[in-house]
Design a protein around this ligand. Structure first.
Ligand SMILES: Nc1ncnc2c1ncn2[C@@H]1O[C@H](COP(=O)(O)OP(=O)(O)O)[C@@H](O)[C@H]1O
Ligand SMILES: [Mg+2]
Length: 253
């Protein structure tokens, strides 16, 4: 059965696209077939993160009736597929939930996971892909504004009957002012599926247009992302996390 997961965030810039690219690569590493979909129709950038941005046809063409969905599924060298959106500004009529549902329906059966890079915020563009998905993961940072937004996203998921799997806390530095996992779970009423440390290898990987899990599998960020992917599919994964990690304190606060 295909799992359709919307990766959402209240705020932009929290690391949603980074997580989508890396979760897709990590699931592919575990032998799953994955399609990452760029549903940021107005500010798309998944293709930029992955080093492929000049696609002849994109999701925009599908929604405008100019392409068939199978024409816009491209292979990425990290072992998963990508459905890109246009990176240039392209004016388009707003896309309804049924358009996404039709697109996903065509892909069912051929794939284990459809991972959606959802537009940031709580607007129509975000709501459309949350409604079309079966499950939602919220990416947040360990800061109050991002968490408040995540709470609102949880309410949206409830309204659209999309299962809220929980949150991934990204860019954890282990600093004392960060909100600890236990508090985040209490505030949101959903589990923290995992966290990803602040790691300069993530920025290096993005500069080289590669997911960090393939660019530097031994990095802290890559190992945490692998652990999150493993958890999603019920696989055993033991990260080789170096001793003396400051984050450990953050986790147990
Ligand atoms: N774990 C991390 N460690 C260090 N930098 C990160 C991490 N996650 C994201 N970033 C930085 O944040 C930027 C924004 O991430 P991005 O995935 O584009 O956010 P969003 O899709 O939520 O707008 C990236 O370009 C990268 O520089
Ligand atoms: Mg993004």
């Amino acid at each position: 059965m295909t799992r359709i997961i919307s990766v959402a965030s209240g705020k932009g810039g929290v690391g949603k696209t980074t997580f989508v690219a890396n979760l897709s690569a990590a699931l592919a590493h575990f032998g799953k077939s994955v399609i990452a979909v760029d549903a940021n129709l107005t500010t798309s950038n998944l293709g930029l993160h992955l080093g492929v941005h000049l696609y002849p046809k994109t999701l925009h063409d599908v929604f405008e009736g100019k392409a068939n969905i199978h024409e816009v599924v491209y292979d990425h060298k990290a072992g998963f597929k990508i459905i890109p959106a246009d990176i240039s500004f392209r004016k388009m009529k707003s896309v309804g939930v049924h358009s996404y549902v039709d697109v996903f329906y065509e892909l069912l059966g051929d794939t284990d996971f459809i991972i959606i890079d959802t537009a940031a915020g709580l607007g129509k563009e975000a709501q459309t892909s949350i409604a079309a998905a079966d499950e939602m993961i919220t990416v947040t940072n360990p800061e109050m504004p991002a968490i408040t937004d995540a709470l609102k996203l949880g309410l949206l998921a409830l309204r659209h009957e999309t299962k809220n799997l929980g949150v991934v806390v990204n860019r954890v530095k282990g600093e004392s002012q960060e909100i600890p996992i236990g508090h985040i779970e209490n505030m949101l009423g959903v589990p923290v599926i995992g966290h990803i440390p602040e790691d300069k290898e993530v920025r290096r990987a993005i500069a080289l247009k590669e997911p960090v899990v393939t660019y530097k599998p031994s990095s802290l960020a890559a190992q945490h992302i692998m652990a999150i992917a493993a958890k999603l599919i019920g696989e055993e994964y033991k990260p080789k996390i170096p001793i003396g990690l400051r984050l450990f304190g953050w986790l147990t606060k």
